[in-house]
Write a protein that binds this ligand. Sequence first.
Ligand SMILES: *Cc1c(COP(=O)(O)O)cnc(C)c1O
Length: 483
Amino acid sequence: MNDIMKLDNRLSVERSDPGRRAVRFNNLLKAKEAIPAGLARKAPPKLPELSELDVVRHYTGLSKINFSVDTHFYPLGSCTMKYNPKINEEAAALEGFANLHPLAHDKTSQGTLEMLYDLEKRLCALCAMDAFTLQPAAGAHSEFTGLLIAKAYFAKRGENQRVDIICPDSAHGTNPATASMLGFNTINIKSGPDGRVDPADLKAHLGDRTAVLMLTVPNTLGIFESRIEEIAEMAHKAGALVYMDGANFNALIGIVKPGDLGVDIMHINAHKTFSTPHGGGGPGAGGIGVKRRLEEFLPVPRVKLEGGTYRTDFCCPDSIGKVKAFFGNVGVLTRAYAYLLMHSKKELAQIAENAILNANYMKSRLQSIYPAHSGDYCMHECVLTPPAALAAKGLKTLDIAKRLLDYGFHAPTIYFPLIVHEAIMIEPTETESRETMDSFVDTMLKINDEGAADPQLLKDAPHTMPVKRLDEVQAARQPNLRW
Ligand SMILES: *Cc1c(COP(=O)(O)O)cnc(C)c1O
């Protein structure tokens, strides 16, 4: 940021100048008079008083200091911050979708119901599952829904002793968290030196108390569970179900169908794989696919097609019920649908191929300086660590990540997965060009040189951001939540 672009960082309340006004309309609605006396405010609210131009500059300024996929390379591992085609936005904004009342009768909702029905069918085909629900609002919510389904399944079979969920230590953090939320015991198993589940260790933990084996595929090391069929068979022999966290399905789409590998329940993250702007807590959409024997437990309502007409069906006696109002985040689902319609079968496979190619390209260019956790090829993301020479100077992953901001890059995911000390987890996604990846790699190499020559430069980074390095310890110990 050069000086001329320096922004006025004050909050709108700090800019306030009593009496300053934007455009005023005549009080045509007589709103004040319409409010019953007892309910009216005694004193006016303390809102900032600004001119219209002040307001425009304030918000335009704020929008310019945002990092977003539309402005910056955003290699945030596991989050799939890829380009979101603008045509998805057009589709979701179509009047028929966007303005449909959620309580509208089936007869007047045929378009939306057809879209949801067809999206379910397409996801079933891509995942080799028999039925899908689109209700969950995100990945973690999908896991919650999936484990509720597993619970209902075992309850109906009278197998209530199945209270254990087995999670490898390379699972996404939401997996054990979800298991605990539902009252299951989480059994953590260690991954082998290659970053994969060790079948011998798994065998030692499987038994008639095991409800679900929960696998993140690819796992958080960016590695494919290559013995998944054998592992799933072991779980099935023990009477357990296999759950696959497929949040990062863009690494597998068009190439791998989890249902063919023995997976019974899986989720996808529509906002990641099928491109909806996400981050900062939402919005998202999950989606749970199940095998036939679990279909009766899916949430209601389901969309049915009868005699050429779509109908919402609430009559599923063994359903776990509702997990979200109406059909979930339909806006996100519409974007996912538009994205799927835009790509042929072959192109969907190219998405996964390019996601994998890009991550391996970056890994191979960086790993001589930033050692990789695993020597194997990775899937859609790679996990690296800081150069030993920088670590010897007391520099941490955090210092490297902060310095990247000065060069106009969003930092990768850091300190995750937890099993890798000082992890730097890079997910370039399939939508980045070679030039962008090269410029990021060159910057990482430059930062290594800078750290060797002047460690303090990295410790004090970022130098160019409106907010400099925060004292994270103080922020946690003495949070100042009011201005
Ligand atoms: C992102 C992610 C999740 C959580 O998804 P949310 O939509 O953020 O709840 C779960 N598992 C994996 C592997 C993920 O990458």
